[in-house]
Design a protein around this ligand. Sequence first.
Ligand code: ADP
Length: 495
Amino acid sequence: MNKSENSLHVLVVDDEQGIREGAERILSRMGFTVSTASRGAAGLEIIYAEPVHIVFLDLKMPGIGGMEVLARIKEFNEKIMVIVVTGFATLETAIEAMKKGAYDFIPKPFEPDSLRMVVRRAQERMELSLEAERLEKERNRTLLDLDNEKSRTRTIIESLPNGVVVTNTEGVVVLMNPAFLLYLNLDVTLKPGKKIGEYVDDEGFCERVMALSQGDCPSGNDSSSYELALPDNKFMMAEGRCILGEENECLGAVLILADITAMKALDQLKSDFVAKVSHELRSPLSTIHEQLVMVEKKPENDEYLLSRAREKTNGLISLIGDLLDLSRIEEGHAGEEAQPVLVDELLESIVDFIKAQAESRKQSLKLELPVEKNLPPVFADPMALESIFGNLIANAIKYTQDGGSIKVRLELLDNQLQVAVIDNGFGMEARQIDKLFTKFFRIKTEKTRYITGTGLGLSIVKSLIDKLNGSISVTSQPDQGSTFTVRLPIMEKSH
Ligand code: ADP
């Protein structure tokens, strides 16, 4: 094979050596890569093995006949251009070969010029067809890229967790993603194509979309936001913008919907909490105010009124203390001093400390420790544990009649320590147990009405136990007593 810079590869198949050599010389000089074969079979082998563009094929050869070789070439690759080489006498055969897919023919014997002319024609044709092929490939690739880009964008929009809707200048929906349909409780199979009002049953929202679609946009980077209230207490925040064209003309609007239901609920909780706290602060403060006014007016009563006022301020101080504790715990600042704590020793010291309170009410307060010694420690902030058990034991004393009995029982379970605070006091009804850990919840009965408290103690207890990955449960019967059972994991780091 004669390699050359011309990218086209020409094969000469002829049994006459002179023709092969002559053709090879001329074609090589023209810059083609040239291969030669003296038989059809050898020619075919070259064709099967490497890319060949143009073939000069002698129709009259020993071995496989030229017509047969032509058929096989065309069968293998119909783009290969075959120029049949034939004597004058076999013109008909040449015509027949053309009918069978040969591109051209050249009669034998031929002048170098005729060979050049024929091969140039074939070359031009081949180059044109190669160029067309290349262009076609390129076009397909760009189309494919475009298509990929389009489907990528679409997939991203479809997968966005936020709802997306796009309208044209008439307010007709041209695109909406599944999250949009889901948020608005719409059938997920709905297709775009109708006015926004057909999909969304909220006049304010639709008016906003229409305005945006027609170019009524907030300036600069601002977007227009709108809150949508949906059935089932669901709330969405819609943020929208105009879509601007190259000349700043409005082409429509794009809106994004975010589910703000949880945020709204939190907001509501916050307002409820502020209202509750304000209420809890206002009534004792007004009483103190009244009492101070009276002290001013009647100085002879001052002792009694001042002591009542002091009691109230004490209550307020403990309320604020509890509130601060709670916010500290809820912000995650409690329990930072975690260390191994021996709960039996801790309970002994709490009971020792609080015993005086029980004695003043003639109640018995007993601590029951398990027989096994060397109980495993709990990994916790000792202050948090003191707060948990101190609160529960103080409550048992507060909500049990004089002369009642309170037991604090520590037990070792599989992987946990269990502390039960058991009293035989006022108890409570089942429906009240559910609300026990709600902030400010207090049970008001004849027996409890004079007992002071903030209604925050058990909320604090619950939050602290949650932080320790523990649990608390309550059983109670009115006038029979209550049992608060706390379980804490042993030596497991909690934060
Ligand atoms: P506080 O004691 O300041 O009112 P808590 O959150 O500690 O607040 O308790 C909430 C309410 O639960 C109390 O007001 C009381 O009605 C009830 N309670 C708590 N512990 C007991 C108990 N051991 N027996 C009966 N009722 C209790």
